[in-house]
Design a binder for this molecule. Structure first.
Ligand code: SIN
Length: 315
């Protein structure tokens, strides 16, 4: 049974990838995740200038959901150069460099600098719900803003494929995905966190997070993520690879996401629940299911839900 996937000529030994923001700061951390079986690594969102995040507490976690408002802290391009540069020297699995910026022009400048580090893909974070007070409505909330960032990054990215990371917090994700595709995106990552949400401490009667609100992730958001990925696959006619994430914790979750249209699946919050072995374990669980079901190539499953729906509506 073959779990490998080749996306824009880059080979992944299995479809699991580390989601942005989780363990995603240093080359040694990324290599550790690769040793635990991840098929690919996504870095933390990287700015070219230093950006301070929110004060603690920044995360609340329960078995059903997590809320975070880390606020996209990052030390800047010198650190990216050292860590990405060091990782790319021996490069155990593909690296997806996630970038963030405050304006269309800054996205272009950031992308132009990051491509000099030669990551396998760029992932463009236009969908963080935690920095709205600082930068306003995320670019992912409007088709024209999302397209403008896509065009600006594509203009400087050369041969490095560009994935645009979308938000579920929009009226119609299909329109946004189609606008990114039209603007030249090579792939879509979906979804970023949901909400924002809030949790209140009963004793103090105050919001637990210092930022008061934060993006929700974890098992509870999976149905929303699966629907968004299915919508994006339909809107882009299955022509763009999708990195699907949001609540993936088991092999069955990953298979469901692939049937909705994802070629790769991101795992983040589940690391808190299952440890770093989640990557190897999810792959094993996928493999067992495929063997039982007689699926020889994992790629056969990508978007298979859409074909089944077509067949079932013909009868
Ligand atoms: C954060 O740093 O607040 C989370 C990043 C994101 O949601 O994109």
């Amino acid at each position: 049974m073959n779990l490998s996937q080749t996306i824009h000529g880059i080979s992944f030994t299995n479809p699991t990838v580390l989601a942005a923001g989780m363990m995603g700061i240093t080359a040694s951390g990324w290599k550790d995740v690769a040793r635990h079986g991840a098929g690919g690594i996504t870095t933390k969102s990287m700015w070219i200038k230093e950006h301070k995040g929110h004060p603690n507490p920044v995360v609340i976690s329960t078995p059903y959901w997590s809320i975070n408002a880390v606020g996209l802290p990052y030390a800047g391009f010198d650190v990216a150069k050292e860590e990405v540069g060091s990782y790319m020297k021996d490069h155990p699995v593909p690296l997806i460099a996630n970038i963030v910026a405050e304006s269309v022009e800054a996205f272009a400048e950031t992308a132009a600098k990051m491509v000099t580090l030669k990551p396998d893909f760029l992932e463009v974070n236009i969908s963080c719900p935690n920095v709205e007070d600082e930068f306003g409505r995320p670019f992912a909330c409007s088709p024209s803003d999302a397209a403008a960032v896509t065009r600006a990054v594509k203009a400087v990215s050369g041969t490095i494929p560009v994935f645009i990371k979308l938000s579920p917090n929009v009226d119609n994700i299909k329109v946004i995905a189609a606008a990114c595709a039209e603007a030249g995106a090579n792939g879509i990552t979906a979804i970023n966190t949901v909400g924002p949400g809030m949790a209140i401490d009963l004793r103090s009667r105050l919001p637990i997070l210092a930022n008061k609100v934060g993006g929700m992730s974890g098992r509870g958001i999976k149905p929303l993520a699966v629907r968004c990925v299915a919508d994006i696959y339909a809107a882009t006619e299955g022509k763009l690879p999708i990195i699907g994430l949001g609540g993936i914790a088991t092999g069955e979750d990953a298979l469901e996401m692939m049937m909705a249209g994802a070629s790769l699946v991101g795992i983040g919050t589940a690391i808190w629940e299952r440890g770093l072995d989640v990557f190897r374990d999810v792959s094993k669980e996928m493999q067992m299911w495929c063997t039982t079901e007689g699926v020889g190539e994992i790629s056969e499953l990508v978007g298979s839900m859409h074909k089944e729906v077509l067949i079932s509506t013909k009868h």
